[in-house]
Design a protein around this ligand. Sequence first.
Ligand SMILES: *[C@@H]1O[C@H](CO)[C@@H](O)[C@H](O)[C@H]1NC(C)=O
Ligand SMILES: *[C@@H]1O[C@H](CO)[C@@H](O)[C@H](O)[C@H]1NC(C)=O
Ligand SMILES: *[C@@H]1O[C@H](CO)[C@@H](O)[C@H](O)[C@H]1NC(C)=O
Ligand SMILES: *[C@@H]1O[C@H](CO)[C@@H](O)[C@H](O)[C@H]1NC(C)=O
Ligand SMILES: *[C@@H]1O[C@H](CO)[C@@H](O)[C@H](O)[C@H]1NC(C)=O
Ligand SMILES: *[C@@H]1O[C@H](CO)[C@@H](O)[C@H](O)[C@H]1NC(C)=O
Ligand SMILES: *[C@@H]1O[C@H](CO)[C@@H](O)[C@H](O)[C@H]1NC(C)=O
Ligand SMILES: *[C@@H]1O[C@H](CO)[C@@H](O)[C@H](O)[C@H]1NC(C)=O
Ligand SMILES: *[C@@H]1O[C@H](CO)[C@@H](O)[C@H](O)[C@H]1NC(C)=O
Ligand SMILES: *[C@@H]1O[C@H](CO)[C@@H](O)[C@H](O)[C@H]1NC(C)=O
Length: 787
Amino acid sequence: MASYIIFLLTISFTFNIAKAQSNITRGRSLTPTGATTSWMSPSGLYAFGFYPQTVGYAIGIYIAGIPERTVVWTANRDTLPLSKNANLSFTTDGRLVIVEETTGQRIDITDSTTAGASLASMQDSGNFVLYSSDGTTVVWQSFDHPTDTLLVGQKLVADQTLYSSVSETNQSIGIFMLSMQTDGHLVQYPNVGTPTTPESAYWASGTFGRGPNVTLNLDSDGFLYLLENSTFFIKNLTQGGYPREKAIYRMKIDVDGIFRLYHHDLRNMSKNGSVAWESSTDKCAGKGLCGGNGYCVEMDDAAQCRCLPGFEFVNRESRSLGCQRNYSTIESCKAPDAGNSFYMMTVNNIAQWDNAPYAIPKASTQEECSSSCLNDCICEAALFTGRECRLQKLPLRFMEVKDSESNVGLIKVYASSITNGSDPTNPSIQVKKEEQIEILVTGVSLISFSVLILLFSGVVVYRAKVWAYRKISEHVNVQLLEDVGPRAFSYVELEGITNGFKEELGRGSFGIVYKGKIESLNKVVAVKKLKEELAQEGEREFQTEMKVIRRTNHRNLTMLLGYCCEGPKRLLVIEYMTKGSLADILFEPKESRKTCWEERIKMAVDIARGIQYLHEECETVIIHCDIKPQNILMDEYGCAKISDFGLAKLLEHDQTKTYTLIRGTRGYVAPEWYKKLPITAKVDVYSFGIVLFEILCCRRSVDSSLPVEEAILEEWVYECYEADQVWKLADDKDVDKRKLEQMIKIGLWCIQEDPSLRPSMKKVLLMLEGTVKIPVPPNPASFLSVV
Ligand SMILES: *[C@@H]1O[C@H](CO)[C@@H](O)[C@H](O)[C@H]1NC(C)=O
Ligand SMILES: *[C@@H]1O[C@H](CO)[C@@H](O)[C@H](O)[C@H]1NC(C)=O
Ligand SMILES: *[C@@H]1O[C@H](CO)[C@@H](O)[C@H](O)[C@H]1NC(C)=O
Ligand SMILES: *[C@@H]1O[C@H](CO)[C@@H](O)[C@H](O)[C@H]1NC(C)=O
Ligand SMILES: *[C@@H]1O[C@H](CO)[C@@H](O)[C@H](O)[C@H]1NC(C)=O
Ligand SMILES: *[C@@H]1O[C@H](CO)[C@@H](O)[C@H](O)[C@H]1NC(C)=O
Ligand SMILES: *[C@@H]1O[C@H](CO)[C@@H](O)[C@H](O)[C@H]1NC(C)=O
Ligand SMILES: *[C@@H]1O[C@H](CO)[C@@H](O)[C@H](O)[C@H]1NC(C)=O
Ligand SMILES: *[C@@H]1O[C@H](CO)[C@@H](O)[C@H](O)[C@H]1NC(C)=O
Ligand SMILES: *[C@@H]1O[C@H](CO)[C@@H](O)[C@H](O)[C@H]1NC(C)=O
């Protein structure tokens, strides 16, 4: 009881409150400045009502029983702030409504489903509840609508997300989120419009694949854990066991994106809350804390935001808005002015930024990388990793500087003079971390700069004649296409190339492919246009495809020639394949079939080579995830090339497996996808096995028009193989029976239920080429029970 009195004493200094009460009846109201600003819980620990912000007021639940006002829930976070003339009422028809008396604006806190609520109550747990007229049925509760805090007894269930606040004093939705996903994974992402893909996550519980019955819970002793089916502990974030008496715990996703467990000691009122646990000790862990073109440095145990050289904060007071500069290097490059020059400035130890580079020219030193960027008008920055030189456009996001990182950021700046040794626009970096910023004006870059000036004065002259200008820019394309990989096209250019998207080549779930021609190169291309209405899903595919394709260069993979990202428009320019897809070839009626057995064997080898390259010869392991005949294209020489990397998965250097949502096409996906087991490169081996059977038998893997025992190809194949009747499978005249049996054996190894039994793609290739002996395969499904 004594402590309740202390609560009341403390709060009466700061707030004008009414007597503690638990039952609120219809017709009651609150105003920010009137006699009643809030309704208290019975003990006075929590209050529901108005509280002042730096500007105006907000309505929410706060801990009133401690000296610092600690907000745990806020109503209508995105309609803040409220004026002093706002009025909150529990209406006579049972809703919670805010009315701005001066403007007449009406804001509903609860939706129409609460109509009929007859009693409201601020409870000592911190939950504000509306009850139906029988006084027992809960029709609405704040615990079901979490904002940035989880209280003891509250659950974060599947599909619920906590969003950080803009700042400690502004509870509007901020730039981080913590999501309890329906796949059982608790994950943190930036909330800045980036897709919620594993690549953009910055923290995860590792409970992927547990399904929709996982909840995040907090107990009264500070035990924070994930529970499945309300019964099974699947992950303990804290061990709990903190003192329960006179203490409260709350978990909050803070403004910096880290979520923390706070402990408040109610016995000692002069003590503030303390952090009992936090999701990360790296203060810069929150991806995007410093906004576009800004980077985060941990200093004096705090995260500090800095701008890249040449940039200034958009708003010094809210640094997460990022940094900008008052000119564009691209524009300046097109129309250079005599007094100014371009320089590359460096930022050392920078963590990799997330944007896909638009090109990766060959460069073995930092100087070469710098000059590649200086030489390219559209280059705004480059990341030199020691092995790769990634040319970038702005904005650069998710950057962090820390000692463990070894990449060098090279930033193009355009200024009249920086020879006096200080960064003209951002002197603070220079002062604080001198070793990080060096001015790089090497002989190489000076020479290349003069070349650049020459080139662009040329462009300016030609610009008067549009056709001539076109010619130059297309001349530049030739180089880009062949030397440094894909280049950016404008939408208008692509409209021209495809003749207004006239000739359709094919359709996929994410878009349409059109035929086009780059006149100057006399090159026929395929332009893949993603559906705009699928912007979000499509964006993920688009980014993945770009990411994968720019890392690859192999004769059995289609080549990306360019791309376009303008507003919601996403297009890819790919090599055109004259002979269509493998599906067209395999599944055409037998009478018109033109490919012979030998050609089909060669196709299988081509595909295996392409996959083997993706798995073993790229910088990172690339799992295609959607190997099927529709995604294998044939060029005019009958060479098979793998395309469509939209579903591919990249594994990091030492990573060999991953958990992810099911990707791929029914009939070709490996069984581990369905079992939510870790995904390895072996999923592609499985799909390859199925495709191999289709190639051998010239039929679809599932064909319900056939007799039931033949309908599922892989089962039918094993049946024939076991019965020593493989001749039933391929009836072409030219089939080499011995070879057919070998191929079948390879396929059966590939489709083993147990991924570890499947050979690597390299081994498959050796078997296809006849270099190694092919052992007798077991029944593909025989390990079903073991897995
Ligand atoms: C709080 O942040 C939001 C979003 O950034 C902004 O629109 C609003 O004006 C801010 N409110 C106050 C009171 O500063
Ligand atoms: C607030 O609104 C309620 C219901 O509309 C009304 O009864 C009450 O008088 C208003 N309070 C003030 C201070 O205007
Ligand atoms: C609040 O309302 C409930 C249900 O009508 C009733 O059981 C309870 O006694 C009331 N509490 C107070 C303090 O009036
Ligand atoms: C989730 O829980 C419900 C009810 O207990 C149960 O019917 C359902 O099968 C569970 N789903 C999963 C995937 O665990
Ligand atoms: C939860 O329930 C589902 C369906 O009832 C079951 O499949 C799953 O194994 C259960 N989870 C645990 C951890 O037992
Ligand atoms: C998690 O906590 C529960 C309850 O204290 C305990 O039974 C379980 O063993 C813990 N699990 C781990 C992995 O520590
Ligand atoms: C209360 O906390 C303050 C600050 O931590 C400390 O100085 C003081 O000794 C504490 N008082 C008691 C009675 O524990
Ligand atoms: C408690 O927090 C308030 C506001 O954040 C601060 O002014 C005060 O110094 C803190 N007190 C202690 C003992 O840390
Ligand atoms: C950009 O800002 C710099 C420094 O504030 C100033 O010197 C320069 O004139 C500005 N340039 C333009 C184009 O406004
Ligand atoms: C260097 O240049 C900056 C910006 O032009 C200027 O503010 C500064 O005073 C100069 N410093 C010296 C030492 O000349």
